[in-house]
Design a protein around this ligand. Sequence first.
Ligand code: DX5
Ligand code: ZN
Length: 219
Amino acid sequence: MSRLRALIGPSILNADLSQLYDESQKLLSNGADYLHLDVMDGHFVPNLTFGHPLVKCLRSKIKEAFFETHMMVQNPEQWIVPMANAGVNQYTFHIEPVSNVADICRKIKENGMKVGLAIKPGTPVETVERYVDLSDMILIMTVEPGFGGQKFMEDQMTKVKYLREHYPLLDIEVDGGVGPSTINCCARAGANMIVSGTAVIGASDQAATIKLLRSTVQQ
Ligand code: DX5
Ligand code: ZN
């Protein structure tokens, strides 16, 4: 783990979205390494959030931060160009609804973004493993995507362990129910990119919480 950086990317899903700029700035000034922006289309998941217009507005005010969009959408190919134009740095999409994963990865790179591949809890790790070489990061979901504040699924750690054993330098992200009480599990399994929503947003001391998450992973 020592050669991989531990990176903490708060999810703004459960923030006060009417104050998104202030909430984002607060997270960044409290030590967030990147922002994890959850995009939901009401089809791939039973919830709706926001799209590229909002991301573009946020980018116009926050020039430097690394933006990852977690695309929980039925047709990820459709939003590559708009999200690139909005200033997204990493485009993470679910492989479950698509048949042309490799084409989508190529298109994301052509548009100047990093590629993240995400799988839901029910999707076997082998399904995503075959695309490792085309991606910059694999996201192992630790809840069913769609909502913040759900319970961490510890059984997903077998996927993280498997990937870490086989790909020592791969960026592996976990997302869903991750916070001070579950970070040990994630760290032991080998995750190095940590998404945390409610645990960070709702923390009385955000900076301390982010620091704790990072130091647990970086040991
Ligand atoms: C769930 C989202 C997550 C979620 C994380 O579908 O992808 O990013 O908002 O929030 P917590 O940490 O509260 O589970
Ligand atoms: Zn997410």
